[in-house]
Design a protein around this ligand. Structure first.
Ligand SMILES: [Zn+2]
Length: 454
């Protein structure tokens, strides 16, 4: 027997369904445990982490790694110390370390052999068969106007102590609970010198076959205003995701073109998921999907991951103030330049951190994605038949089948079923579909777009 229930997508912005007869309702269903964790995100804690990070003077990648007070070495040790502090209460489930590598001069932004170190905290999952890893990352290093200036004060309060503070706060709160899957907390080094720490970890993860299912890279998430246009807004947050995949595009291009899937890659699915779950748990915040991998001609530590086929997005504040980004601290014509704490909005950073926390808790608590999700094309028909197999781990209470019109940005309808197949009276010619596993508490896996089955 099929048990099906039609739910409108939760907390979608705008009009839900084009069927006028079905008056759409917005239902907010929050898992009380995740809701409670979201409430623990503290703007005071975030502010204190940033104050400490700024105190290291500069966190330039080529600054001292041995000075106990000043430079990137002291900073990365402090981050790992925080992870260890949280880990001490987890019965050994959380481990922390600096993952180091020597980078040789590259004739660009590294002028001498450099000891590069990513600060890592791993909260291990409770299910030994569950190999999934969900990652939250940010970059610890900072810079001023001259990217090779290793000695000037480079507070990097927003770029990117804000992201690192979000990572630490998520580690603090998430480590107090357990999840079947693992969560990895990373503060990269070497971002400003050419995504060095991101490249190093992405390559290691690729070589060693880490099952990273999603990476949320937080870079510049704590200030609420723009230079020049002087917009002030702490109610919107951007999520950048690639459209056409950087990884093996040639191999996939024909299918993407035939199916019209240029807007349905895994990074775009993750971005939609961040929007749905983020807006489900965080009030007074709208998440804007940006249909590009990063800001115009710019990059971040999610790049090395998407280039290797991992699913990764960049999370960034809505407006950037370039008087406070990559600037020497100085006053010119009465304008204060520099990436100073004074320019930050800790309430905004609290909300943006809470989005990450809700998404990570929801993902790490979800059952594995359904497998072999297929759309049947044996006959020409005006209905759509989808079938799949349960995921590798977890016990789903059922599945959501997501549906949207081909021109819509967000999923419009979700059908719940306890079965592993569904026939819908909607034509596959006119809609896109995806399937996600749902846990007993309502935590959804990432959606899987069906492959064609003949
Ligand atoms: Zn940055």
């Amino acid at each position: 027997m099929k048990k099906q229930l039609l739910l409108p997508c939760l907390l979608m912005a705008g009009i839900l369904v084009h069927n006028a007869a079905a008056e759409a309702q917005t239902i907010v269903q929050r898992d009380p445990l995740i809701e409670k964790m979201v409430r623990q995100v503290s703007s005071d804690s975030l502010q204190s982490y940033i104050a400490q990070l700024v105190k290291f003077g500069t966190r330039h990648t080529l600054s001292s790694t041995t000075d106990p007070q000043r430079g990137i070495g002291a900073a990365r040790n402090w981050v790992v110390q925080k992870f260890k502090e949280f880990g001490a209460k987890t019965n050994g489930r959380m481990v922390a370390y600096v993952d180091t590598v020597t980078i040789q001069p590259d004739g660009r932004r590294v002028n001498r052999a450099t000891n590069l170190g990513n600060a890592m905290g791993l909260l291990k999952g409770t299910d030994p068969n569950d190999k999934r890893i969900f990652v939250i990352s940010a970059h610890l290093d900072s810079r001023v106007t001259d990217v090779m200036n290793t000695t000037a004060d480079a507070p990097g309060a927003n770029d990117d102590a804000s992201g690192v503070a979000a990572v630490i706060e998520c580690a603090r709160i998430l480590s107090q609970s357990s999840y079947p899957a693992s969560i990895l907390f990373v503060a990269f080094s070497g971002e400003e010198q050419g995504l060095l720490g991101g490249n190093y970890l992405a390559e290691k993860a690729k070589q060693e076959g880490w099952q990273i299912e999603a990476l949320l890279n937080n870079d510049i998430v704590g200030s609420n205003n723009s230079s020049e246009t002087r917009v002030i807004d702490n109610t919107r947050l951007r999520v950048f995701s690639e459209g056409l995949p950087a990884y093996e595009l040639e191999k996939k291009a024909a299918t993407i073109r035939n199916m019209g899937w240029e807007n349905d890659g895994t990074a775009r699915q993750l971005a939609r998921y961040v929007k749905e779950i983020g807006e489900r748990y965080v009030d007074q915040l709208e998440i804007k999907l940006m249909y590009r991998n990063d800001r115009f001609l710019r990059g971040g530590d999610h790049n090395p991951f998407v280039q290797r086929g991992f699913t990764a997005v960049r999370i960034t504040e809505m407006n950037e103030n370039f008087e406070h980004q990559h600037q020497d601290i100085r006053k010119e014509n009465g304008v204060q330049y520099g990436d100073l704490q004074a320019f930050m909005d800790f309430e905004y950073l609290r909300k943006n951190t809470a989005v990450n926390l809700a998404v990570l808790a929801n993902l790490a608590g979800s059952p594995s994605v359904p497998q072999e999700v297929s759309i049947d094309v044996k006959n020409l028909t005006n209905s759509t038949y989808l079938h799949w197999k349960p995921g590798a781990t977890g016990k789903p209470k059922g599945y959501y089948v997501l549906m949207r019109e081909t021109s819509e940005a967000q999923w419009q309808k979700k059908f719940f079923t306890t079965d592993t197949s569904i026939r819908l009276p909607y034509s596959k010619d006119n809609y896109f579909f995806a399937v996600q596993s749902v846990s007993e508490n309502g935590q959804e896996s990432l959606p899987v777009v069906p492959q064609v089955s003949r």
